[in-house]
Design a protein around this ligand. Structure first.
Ligand SMILES: [Zn+2]
Length: 486
């Protein structure tokens, strides 16, 4: 039988805070152990810096410029959604479903993200037993109480009580993966068909105010060099300042506390992941299931002393974890080749032995060959910013080049913060945190990469137009045919 596939996307989890990727604090000991059973990609890049376009890329194998969804949330225009349809972009779950997979997603993004799933619901919807108003009140009380838990044992006891009452909180991996396990146990594992499950975890996304106290204590030593309110005073855009204070950093007093809380959130995911994998093992599913762990994008948290979230194409935002473990994959493999989110969909289709129709265009390539030979799927990594008007990135030959046509195009629309410059060049071999812009000192490398980046943007844009034209031509032919029959 074909393997089951579990795709876990941990929102806003940057690779550099994982011990597995060389972080000097042990944030995710279980993930480190799990990764030794499979393949770790040490140079995996997102294709954008926001959730909607990134999720769309992960399941479509196409760059945002090609599938059309470039923005996030309310910023996504009708035209972008129309482009997604007009390019006939087809999702991983749609291909898998056609070949007999049962497809489920635990997620709440909704809209086009629902396409191709037999069951699409948030963990709360899947678990909720109480009338919604009462459930919401109980959830709010439960989350506040859980955050005060002084120990793992107390947290588990309170969590069990909350689950028993029908409360469920989508932000906690403990809840979400417990619901996922229950779903597999009760509805999926006895089916005669393999399943594909997409799980969207949110713990590492701000706000980080509900991370249990006992976990925060493990990472935060109580230092306070500056308060969040003082830091926010340096944010120029008043609206963004309010959003930072009321949402992103609510419940956080000092800026020194932000990264330790983020690390505690990573540990919370790691502990829940450990229990989920133990569950799969206990039910005899581990040998039959391919598990992929990644994030949609990373996070800057604070940069230059100011909170800027996950805008921009900084390494902390675009470099993501990617771990694959499964029956079709080798153990203990580390792959250093440049790979991207676009490659996940074709890799999983190959693992599931599902062929993509020959006419179907993909930017991504299956990574099974890369795993075998070490050869990269392409010579570069490419990304487009979702938070600036026009901002693009190429990583090639150890360099990273970021470009906007003008200063106005380079501005982050959330923070009102200007990115480093219109053009940026970094030598990633010695500067993997975009600290030293080499555009002026290395103009030849910069202009060569600018040429390549511009030609890539042109090429991908043309590809989108071609896909739209060919699908509308196909529709027209089908219309003519129907007309003929009638
Ligand atoms: Zn996200």
């Amino acid at each position: 039988m074909r393997p089951n596939i579990v795709l876990l996307v941990v929102d806003a989890l940057r690779a550099c805070n994982l011990s597995l990727y060389g972080y000097d604090v042990e944030t995710a000991p279980f993930l480190s152990r799990l990764s030794r059973l499979g393949v770790v990609f040490t140079n995996a890049y997102a294709t954008t810096d926001q959730t909607d376009p990134s999720f769309t890329t992960i399941v479509s194998g196409r760059y945002p410029i090609v599938h059309g969804i470039v923005h996030h949330g309310p910023e996504v225009t009708r035209s972008e959604v129309r482009t997604l349809g007009a390019t006939r972009t087809t999702f991983l779950q749609e291909f898998l479903k056609q070949e007999g997979y049962v497809t489920v997603a635990i997620d709440w993004l909704g809209r086009w993200h629902r396409r191709g799933f037999d069951l699409y619901a948030s963990a709360s919807e899947l678990h909720g037993k109480l009338p919604s108003a009462l459930s919401r009140r109980l959830t709010s009380v439960a989350v506040k109480t859980l955050a005060l838990a002084p120990s793992w044992r107390a947290y588990r006891a309170l969590h069990g009580l909350a689950m028993g009452l029908g409360v469920c909180y989508d932000k906690s991996a403990t809840f979400v993966l417990e619901v996922a396990a229950r779903l597999i146990d009760e509805r999926l594992r006895r089916l005669k068909r393999p399943f594909f499950m997409l799980v969207h975890l949110w713990d590492t996304h701000t706000p980080l105010d509900d991370i249990p106290a006992y976990l925060v204590r493990e990472f935060y030593d109580g230092r306070c060099t500056q308060t969040v309110v003082e830091m926010a005073g340096r944010i120029r855009n008043a609206a963004w300042r309010e959003v930072v204070l009321r949402y992103h950093l609510k419940g956080v007093r000092c800026i020194d506390e932000v990264e330790p809380r983020y690390n505690a959130a990573i540990r919370q995911v790691d502990m829940a992941l450990s229990e989920f994998v133990a569950f799969l093992d206990d039910r005899g599913l581990l040998d039959k299931t391919c598990i992929v762990i990644t994030s949609d994008h990373g996070d800057n948290l604070l940069r230059g002393g100011v909170f800027i979230g996950h805008g921009g194409l900084f390494q902390r935002v675009v470099k993501v974890p990617l771990v694959m473990v499964g029956p079709e994959l080798p153990e203990g493999m580390v792959v250093e080749a440049l790979v991207q989110h676009v490659d996940i969909m074709p890799t999983l289709l190959q693992i599931a032995r599902v062929e993509v129709p020959r006419h179907y265009y993909l930017d991504g390539k299956s990574l099974l060959e890369t795993i075998e030979t070490g050869a990269p799927p392409r010579g570069y990594a490419f990304a487009v910013s979702s938070t600036a008007r026009r901002r693009y990135m190429i990583v090639k030959n150890g360099y990273k080049y970021v470009y906007s046509p003008s200063l106005l195009d380079a501005m982050d629309k959330y923070g009102g913060i200007w990115f480093n410059d219109v053009e940026e060049l970094y030598d990633l071999r010695v500067d993997d945190d975009d600290m030293h812009n080499l555009v002026k000192s290395d103009p030849d490398v910069a202009s060569e990469l600018r040429r390549e980046l511009c030609s890539l943007i042109k090429c991908l844009t043309k590809r989108r137009v071609r896909l739209m034209v060919s699908s509308s031509a196909r529709l027209a032919r089908a219309g003519l045919k129907r007309g003929g029959i009638n």
